[in-house]
Design a protein around this ligand. Sequence first.
Ligand code: NAP
Length: 294
Amino acid sequence: MSAKIISGTETAKAIREELKVEVAELKEKHDVVPGLVTILVGEDPASQSYVAAKNKTAHALGIHSEQVTLDVDTSEEDLLALVKKYNDDAQINGILVQLPLPKHINEGKVLDAIDPTKDVDGFHPVNVGKMVLGEQCFLPCTPHGILELLTRAGVETSGAEVVIVGRSNIVGKPIANLMLQKRDAGNATITLCHTRTKDMTAHLKRADIIIAAVGVANMITADQVKDGVVVIDVGVNRVGVSKTGKAILAGDVDFDAVKEKAAAITPVPGGVGPMTITMLMKNTVQAARQANGL
Ligand code: NAP
């Protein structure tokens, strides 16, 4: 059996088309243009390319986007003042501070300073708390994207044994919380694995759905999974450089071997990655609606 490929590229494209229509309608019917600001501190090349991609996508959807790039030596005080300025700016509905920040800046303090109603990354403690309680909030973009992939691929999660590997605040913990909620793509039985987990293979082998968010290339192998499993591979690992100088990427799952046993699997690249930016756009449109009472 060769797995159905769950394409994040195609799913993201479909959601972006829907968003484009929604943004055009907001403008036409309500004179509302959603606004997003991205704030980057320093010159980390990966962060620069993520921020550029976010602004390009926003622009393509008709979302007003501003990009602020600050010197790597910017003080925490100056960054906090900038966040406050955008908190008070009615044209801006979403504020994204690109992580990681330089070591001299307290990330938690900066994320806490973002107005929760503009926290389109879903990292503010108010939104995290609401997410855990199952209340309406901005969902963090990567887990939100995973939910959309599962829903649109028609994967049944209710009652499913879901094994998540990785317990980060941005992927593992939130997706675990979301999939146990009484909601679409929820109602699952969750096991959350990490470096202290004893016998991870035993957990993986009984999983109906595996979500890998580890950061170790090809770590999960075919002999660790059961036939018919659904695999969502969040990992993005650079494993080489092509002749043209482009990074060669691999996920956390041994794709070629596992796809022969799985019912469905996301590729890397072209799986979860394209969904993350798309869900940021969805959150920004949601923020604009809420700010305008729509
Ligand atoms: P992270 O903060 O580095 O956390 C990694 C998690 O994996 C930790 O909980 C760690 O356990 C666990 N882990 C590491 N090695 C392990 C092992 N050998 N066995 C079991 N568990 C192990 O990672 P992250 O930020 O969640 O990112 C994970 C991966 O997803 C990375 O490749 C990242 O680039 C990718 N990612 C992709 C997107 C996207 O949009 N596609 C978004 C976010 C992240 P401990 O807690 O015990 O240390």
